[in-house]
Design a protein around this ligand. Structure first.
Ligand code: SAM
Length: 341
């Protein structure tokens, strides 16, 4: 299937786009006759190569001409193909994956614990990123990869870790046979801190818990016998001056917290200097615009404060949305389960 091998002039262009000063390992998870690896090793002659392909004959031919390469016969979308050389850590992935859809609904992938369906080409890109975490990816992808609805979640997932740049359009005459118009796409890893795109949901570290506020401002009922109401605008006075919120409201059944917490606005970017642990002496009712990260140990939250600070850009990427940026407990949980420290 999809044996539209890359002509040598396009493979050379792709290899030149890698643009790293040194490269020690290169992977092509759909290597076919190996033209992309071949071109890349012309630019980086000392690099080690891993090629995966489901076409056994192609691999046997390649093994004869390139006995030093690591070659795996298997389905690159299957975990097992990546288990043969677990120690191989490529800096670069070169790709020209199959484009044909197995079903119109696409292929299911899991990124940061969230399942969604993508095109075949996108499934190969995401799986390769997930298993090999390369610094650079240069790929020949169908034009639809860059704008189709089915791949929108996949693009967003990749953009959390990589910049994506279309270097060139390739017309359908580039490949022998009837292949769709394609793009030469360069992806550069932006964040070194989060290692795997493809992860199983690991959940929060044991010592942390999240409390999502639940009471919208317009539903809050002031009550002198109630508990303090903590809205996002109360975070700054509390962190800077220790001023507890004054307004007391009738508590609702969810979103209340006391003790050692880091408070985050759920909507709108947080300020770096306000991501600090505070001690809530009384139980407060959080507004629906606040999330609290709670721990019984101060050291845990101190370590988290530092980790957030050191990984600020990646932390901010949890705030997304087309209008006002917002964070979800699911995204925060996924980030906290991966963050070092
Ligand atoms: C478009 S060709 C590209 C080959 C080579 N990378 C190149 O650029 O010349 C796609 C390759 O993907 C292989 N392939 C198709 N499905 C695959 C899968 N599930 N896992 C691994 N390889 C697959 C095909 O055998 C074919 O060699």
């Amino acid at each position: 299937m999809d044996k539209f091998y890359t002509p040598s002039n396009v493979a050379a262009q792709l290899a030149n786009a890698i643009d790293l000063s040194s490269v020690s390992g290169i992977v092509d998870s759909n290597c076919g006759a190996g033209s992309l690896l071949e071109a890349a090793t012309r630019v980086y002659p000392s690099a080690d190569c891993l090629g995966i392909d489901s076409d056994e004959d192609a691999l046997l031919r390649l093994a004869r001409t390139r006995p030093g390469w690591k070659l795996v016969h298997g389905d690159a979308l299957d975990e097992s193909a990546w288990e043969i050389f677990p120690e191989f850590k490529p800096d670069v992935a070169v790709l020209n994956p199959p484009y044909s859809m197995r079903t119109a609904r696409g292929i299911q992938v899991t990124v940061d614990g969230v399942d969604f369906r993508v095109s075949t080409a996108m499934a190969h890109v995401i799986t390769t990123l997930g298993h090999s975490n390369p610094k650079r990816v240069v790929a020949i992808l169908p034009e639809s990869w860059a704008h189709s609805q089915i791949d929108s979640k996949g693009r967003k997932a990749i953009e959390r870790r990589y910049s994506i740049e279309v270097i060139q359009k390739l017309t359908n005459t580039t490949f022998e046979g009837a292949r769709a118009n394609a793009l030469l796409v360069l992806m550069k890893r932006q964040s070194d801190n989060l290692r795997r795109v493809l992860t199983l949901p690991r959940g929060l570290p044991d010592h942390l818990s999240l409390v999502r506020g639940g009471l919208p401002v317009f539903e809050a009922v002031t009550s002198r016998a109630g508990i303090p109401y903590l809205h996002s605008t109360d975070i700054a006075p509390l962190v800077r001056d220790g001023c507890a919120p004054r307004r007391t409201v009738a508590r609702i059944g969810r979103g209340t917290v006391a003790g050692r917490v880091i408070l985050l606005p759920r909507v709108g970017f947080p300020k770096r200097e306000l991501v600090k642990s505070v001690y809530l002496m009384k139980t407060v009712q959080l507004s629906d615009c606040v999330i609290a990260i709670k721990s019984t140990k101060r050291e845990d939250l101190d370590a988290l404060e530092r980790a957030v600070c050191e990984n600020w850009d990646s932390f901010l990427q949890n705030y997304r949305g087309t209008g006002a940026r917002f964070i979800t407990t699911q995204r925060l949980e996924a980030w906290l389960s991966e963050v070092p420290g």
